[in-house]
Write a protein that binds this ligand. Structure first.
Ligand code: ZN
Length: 387
């Protein structure tokens, strides 16, 4: 979908405005002319919506913002929900349902707003326990029972605690764990591109090189490693395709690698992102991985520290495993670029990521100071006793 932005007109703009009105971010247009325009007020409302959802705030409506807007119009109880494989129900009503089920101790998976088989299963379990027909469909009777019982249960962040517990239970060794490494962009989608004298650097190529180096190192340490794409894919891959692959593989961790870019060549540094919102729920394990990746890279490379940030990007939100995205420096910064094009520097970045992954699996009491793991010793450190 082309981004709909300031100045646009037409049916899509009318639709966007009507959703923003329902969300009380925009005052209804009562003028008799029925050709609503994407005006300044609409853009402000879109920005407020994006901010509240942890989306990139650009005031435009492209795919991800559109899907979030489309989902936001539904409130629990406004429509009957059930599991369909071909065209699943998506919306804030589904997310409310999932959050309520989680608060009550059922396990519909992460509250991703998609009515999948796990959600239907959790609904059926709830129905059985309250004496309703366990058909996995969320109609008026089920919503009523959820409303009556839901209030008695103390809220919390059980799904994220469950994720943390599952991670802890998986044990302290890297051996046999599955990690998916996602080099951003690829093929027709080059990401940031910078001409540099006769040379031309692309984000897609450099992050693929980083991913391939990391793949080799982690595989040598006994992990099962998959990349989401090859060096020169024919088609561009969406974040949804990437996350679907990681989910299908049943990965234990996901690291997505990008480079940043900005008009201003002064912008520089490394930043890492995990699932979460500023005041709401956060993936505890994802936040920890992001912190380790960020600190190890800063310590081992000297890149400027642009810190870690919670985001609800689809890549992070729809993953069933702890997932982070790291933007390893600005391709548009002459100083970052000079380092990034040096293979020895990229090796240091990869060592930092390795050390972070290793520390994820060390018990808290055995954790070590940032920058102190010698990753060349990792195999000895992580090898499980064979006798
Ligand atoms: Zn990128």
């Amino acid at each position: 979908m082309r981004a709909i932005q300031r100045g646009a007109r037409g049916a899509a703009v009318a639709e966007i405005r009507s959703i923003l009105v329902v969300l009380e971010l925009l005052v209804e247009d009562t003028s008799p002319s029925s050709d609503p325009v994407f005006d300044e007020a609409t853009e402000r409302a879109v920005r407020a919506f994006q901010q509240s959802r942890g989306l990139t705030v650009d005031g435009e409506v492209a795919d991800e913002t559109w899907r979030a807007l489309d989902a936001a119009r539904w409130r629990l109880g406004q429509r009957a929900l059930f599991h369909t494989v071909a065209d699943p129900y998506i919306g804030d009503d589904v997310r409310q349902l999932q959050e309520r089920l989680l608060e009550m101790g059922y396990n519909p998976g992460r509250a991703d707003g998609i009515y999948g088989s796990r959600t239907a299963h959790a609904v059926a379990q709830f129905q059985r326990e309250v004496g309703l027909r366990p058909d996995g469909e969320c109609g008026p009777a089920t919503v009523g029972a959820l409303r009556r019982l839901g209030r008695k249960v103390i809220g919390g962040r059980p799904q994220l605690l469950r994720e943390a517990e599952a991670f802890r239970e998986s044990g302290p060794t890297l051996l046999g764990k599955r990690i998916v490494i996602d080099p951003g962009h690829g093929g027709p989608d080059t990401g940031h591109v910078v001409p540099d004298g006769p040379l031309r650097w692309t984000e897609a190529d450099l992050v693929y090189d980083l991913a391939a180096r990391l793949e080799g190192r982690l595989a040598a340490a006994g992990m099962r490693v998959n990349l989401t794409r090859g060096p020169v894919p024919t088609n561009a891959l969406s974040d949804r395709d990437r996350i679907q692959l990681a989910n299908e593989l049943g990965a234990d961790l996901l690291i997505s690698i990008h480079l940043d870019g900005h008009r201003n060549p002064e912008a520089s540094g490394v930043a890492t992102y995990h699932y979460g919102t500023v005041s709401g729920p956060t993936s505890i394990v994802g936040e920890r991985l992001a912190g380790l990746v960020q600190r190890e890279i800063v310590m081992r490379t000297g890149l400027r520290d642009c810190h870690t940030h919670p985001k609800t990007w689809e890549l992070l939100r729809l993953s069933r495993m702890p997932a982070v995205r790291v933007d390893v420096g600005y391709l548009t910064s002459p100083s970052d670029r000079q380092q990034l094009v040096d293979p020895a520097f990229r090796d240091r970045v990869v060592e930092a990521m390795m050390a972070a992954v290793q520390r994820m699996y060390l018990p808290v009491e055995a954790d070590v100071p940032t920058g102190s793991i010698d990753v060349s010793l990792l195999r000895a450190l992580t090898a499980a006793p064979t006798s």
